[in-house]
Design a protein around this ligand. Structure first.
Ligand SMILES: [Zn+2]
Ligand SMILES: [Zn+2]
Length: 347
């Protein structure tokens, strides 16, 4: 499709301009989609403020990565999609060829290519992502809720890889969107979830996701508070969803002997933490990191959204037009609300 579209264009950290740019041209194996709903994400906020080493490779660049859309043009080799289909996917797909992929560690694929441009009117979907990580949206699911697929797939991936069992006491530190997704999934599983956060507002919000107890991380003895809620020994699993090194350390001090800490919040390069090795060894603590998503977890997340087991509406605080995308990112930077839906057709 020839012509111009409106998009939020990233020029440099702090310099994003809402302007006209060319509609992307598709190749024979690709489709062009019209964005119906995009969502704000902490990664996009970080990209806006600091740039991003892998997501933004040249400037100016479109950005944003969580979106649901409608097909408006289909390359001549594409047979699975037609104009008018409601579709959603995620921002990468593994190559299935690198050494990590051969070991089925798809989230560690060394050839991940990122799809950008959720904060635009149109996006060209690369063939590889279209083939492995793209789906039609069931009629029951709204565009806004479908757009949660990527962050939910990340949370489902982490959830799948921790040994939390029904009845276990699990602490989740950080009540941002990803932390709330963990709380929701763990509550659905029948775990007794303790939400830990600095904001009383966010702790109150977390109650909508089934949490059992809330603990304000601002209090000096909050680690002991969590341990006390777990019979004095600590939580069976602690999920760290903030990405701050002192919180990683706190997480290690909240877990029970034999328990698992999931380090899910990514930190800046060069960050280090200190762990009491004696405790680590003699208490047989597992410190586990999980990153990104895999095609298996993307499908699983779509099933959770489609079936209504996970109610996506709980995560969407407010809608903004495309021109307001940066305002929306600034709002999540001030920790107002959970996620904002960016709707180009509201313009
Ligand atoms: Zn995201
Ligand atoms: Zn690979």
């Amino acid at each position: 499709m020839q012509g111009k579209m409106k998009a939020q264009m990233f020029y440099a950290p702090g310099d994003v301009r809402f302007e006209e740019t060319d509609i992307p041209q598709i190749k024979d194996d690709e489709i062009l989609v019209k964005v119906k709903a995009a969502l704000t994400c902490g990664t996009d906020l970080k990209t806006y403020r600091r740039g991003h080493p892998t997501i933004i490779q040249q400037t100016p660049s479109t950005f944003g990565h969580e979106f649901a859309s409608e097909v408006v043009e289909v390359g001549k080799n594409v047979t699975d999609y037609k104009v008018g289909d409601r579709v959603v996917g995620v921002n990468t797909a593994p190559c299935f060829e690198c050494e990590n992929c051969k070991k089925k560690r798809y989230s560690l694929c060394t050839n991940l290519q990122y799809l950008n441009g959720a904060y635009s009117e149109y996006v060209a979907v690369p063939a590889h992502i279209l083939k492995y990580n793209f789906y039609k949206i069931p009629d029951s699911l709204s565009y806004e809720c479908a757009a949660l697929l990527e962050p939910l797939a990340c949370a489902v991936h982490g959830f799948d890889r921790i040994p939390a069992k029904t009845g276990d006491k699990v602490a989740v530190i950080g009540a941002g969107p990803i932390g709330l997704m963990f709380m929701y999934l763990l509550s659905l599983k029948g775990c007794q979830v303790i939400a830990v956060d600095l904001s009383d507002y966010r702790l109150e919000e977390s109650k909508k996701f089934g949490v059992w107890k809330t603990v304000n991380a601002g209090s000096e003895d909050h680690i002991q508070e969590v341990r006390d809620l777990c019979g004095g020994l600590g939580a069976e699993v602690v999920v760290e969803a903030t990405g701050f090194p002192n919180v990683w350390e706190n997480a290690v001090n909240m877990v029970c002997p034999g328990g698992t800490v999931l380090a899910f919040g990514g930190t800046k390069a060069g960050t280090t933490i200190t762990v009491d090795c004696q405790k680590f060894h003699y208490e047989e603590i597992t410190l586990k990191a999980v990153y990104h998503h895999t095609p298996y977890h993307v499908k699983w997340a779509l099933d959770l959204l489609s079936s209504g087991q996970v109610d996506g509406n709980l995560f969407i605080t407010k809608k903004y037009p495309l021109s307001g995308a940066i305002d929306a990112l600034e709002s999540i930077g001030r920790q107002e609300g959970i996620k904002y839906a960016i709707i180009p057709e509201m313009e």
